[in-house]
Design a protein around this ligand. Structure first.
Ligand code: F6P
Length: 357
C-alpha cells in the first residue's frame, strides 16, 4: 500500500500532466494498493488541506494536455516561514496535512522556488521527491527541465513568423522571450530562429554595440534585423547598479519592459522603425512537444521507482541521457545560468550573431 501526495507549484508549463501521468502509471502498474492525493493549486492545497483523492484513471489521457489538472499558484519560498493573514504557521500546516493523510511521500513538481520549499519540507522530516519543471531550464543539477523544449518551439515559431514579415519591411524587430534571471530559452530560440542579435541577462549589453550590429547588417544590404531579447536582458550601465538601485530604476521605467526601452534607443540613434513582439505566456501554453513527453514519462517513471525504493529527499534529474536521483540538499537554492564563455555562445558569435557585448 502506498499513499502519495502530489502537487504542481509555481508558473505552469506544458508537460506537468505528462510527468504526473508517468509517476502514477509507474506506481499503479507495480504497487498493489495506491492512494493518490492531489493537492490543488500548489502548496496552497497542502497548507489549507485542499485536496482530492484521485485514481489512476484521473491521470489517463493527459499525456498531451497542457497546464496542470491540479492547478498551480506561486507561494514564494521567502513567505513560507511568515504566518498567513490569520496567523497560520504554513510549514506546520503542511506537515499536519501530510501526517493527517498518513502519506508515504509527496511528489512535488516545480521550479527553483518550489524546490526550495520541497527541501525545507525534507529538512522538517517529510519524504519528498522533486520533479524539475520550468520553461526557464534554470534548475541546477539537471541537464534539462521539462517545459523548456516546448517553450523553445513556441518562441522559435514566433521568431519564424517575424522573419517573414521582417523580410517584407525595412525594420528592426524585437521578440521578447521569457526568462527574467536566465537566458537559456532566449539563447536556444534565438539561435533556432536565426536571430541576428541575442540579448541575455547573463551578458549585459552595450546599446552602442547593438546599434553597430544593426548598422553592419544595413551596410551589407540586409533590409531587416531581428533581436531575441530575454525579459531580464540588462544594459552594462544597469548591471553596474546595486540590486536595490536597479529595482528602483525599473519601478520608475516608463517602458513596459526592457525590449521597449531598447526599441526606443535604436529608433533614436538609427531612425529605423522598430517593432516589439511579446509572445509572453503563449510560451508556457499548449501541448508538450514530443521531447518533453518522453522526458516527463522517463522522469515520472523514475520517480515512481524512487517511491517504491522508499528513497526520498531527491530531485529526479536527467543527466547525460540518464535519470538520476540528486539530493535536494545539494541543489536547492542554486541557479543554473548560461555561461557567457560557453561553446554555444562562441559558436553563435563565430557565425556573426551579436550578444551586444
Ligand atoms: O518561471 C517561468 C516563467 O514563465 C518565467 O520565464 C517568467 O518570467 C515568469 O514565469 C512569469 O511569471 P508569471 O506567470 O507569474 O507572470
Amino acid at each position: 500500500m502506498k499513499r502519495i501526495g502530489m502537487l504542481t507549484s509555481g508558473g505552469d508549463c506544458q508537460a506537468l500532466n505528462a510527468a504526473m501521468r508517468g509517476v502514477v502509471k509507474g506506481l499503479s502498474e507495480n504497487v498493489d494498493e495506491l492512494e493518490i492525493y492531489g493537492f490543488l493549486n500548489g502548496y496552497k492545497g497542502l497548507i489549507y488541506g485542499d485536496y482530492r483523492l484521485l485514481t489512476s484513471a484521473d491521470f489517463s489521457g493527459i499525456l498531451t494536455k497542457g497546464g496542470t489538472i491540479l492547478g498551480s499558484s506561486r507561494q514564494p519560498f521567502k513567505q513560507m516561514r511568515v504566518p498567513d493573514a490569520n496567523g497560520l504557521d504554513k510549514v506546520e500546516a503542511m506537515k499536519s496535512t501530510y501526517y493527517k493523510l498518513r502519506l508515504d511521500c509527496l511528489v512535488i513538481l516545480g521550479g527553483n522556488g518550489t524546490e526550495k520549499t520541497a527541501n525545507l519540507l525534507r529538512e522538517e522530516g517529510l519524504n519528498v521527491i522533486h520533479l524539475p519543471k520550468t520553461i526557464d531550464n534554470d534548475i541546477y543539477g539537471t541537464d534539462v527541465t521539462f517545459g523548456f523544449q516546448s517553450a523553445i518551439n513556441i518562441a522559435t515559431d514566433a521568431i519564424d513568423c517575424i522573419h517573414t514579415t521582417a523580410a517584407s519591411h525595412n525594420r528592426v524587430f524585437i521578440v521578447e522571450v521569457m526568462g527574467h534571471k536566465v537566458g537559456w530559452l532566449t539563447l536556444y530560440a534565438g539561435v533556432a530562429g536565426g536571430a541576428d542579435i541575442i540579448l541575455l541577462p547573463e551578458i549585459p549589453y552595450d546599446i552602442e554595440k547593438v546599434i553597430a550590429a544593426i548598422n553592419k547588417r544595413t551596410k551589407a544590404g540586409k533590409g531587416f534585423t531581428i533581436l531575441a531579447v530575454a525579459e531580464g536582458a540588462i544594459s552594462k550601465e544597469d548591471a553596474a547598479l546595486s540590486k536595490k538601485e536597479y529595482k528602483e530604476k525599473v519601478a520608475k521605467r516608463k517602458y513596459p519592459s526592457v525590449s521597449y526601452e531598447i526599441a526606443d534607443r535604436i529608433f533614436e540613434e538609427t531612425g529605423v522603425e522598430v517593432r516589439v513582439t511579446v509572445p509572453g505566456h503563449t510560451q508556457r501554453g499548449g501541448s508538450p512537444c514530443p521531447y518533453d513527453r518522453v522526458l516527463c514519462t522517463r522522469l515520472g517513471s523514475a520517480a515512481a521507482q524512487a517511491v517504491m525504493d522508499e528513497d526520498y529527499g531527491n530531485m529526479i534529474a536527467m543527466i547525460n541521457g540518464k535519470t538520476k536521483r540528486v539530493p535536494l540538499g545539494e541543489v536547492a537554492g542554486r541557479l543554473k545560468t548560461v555561461d557567457p564563455d560557453c561553446q554555444m555562445i562562441k559558436e553563435a558569435k563565430r557565425i556573426g550573431i551579436s550578444f551586444g557585448d
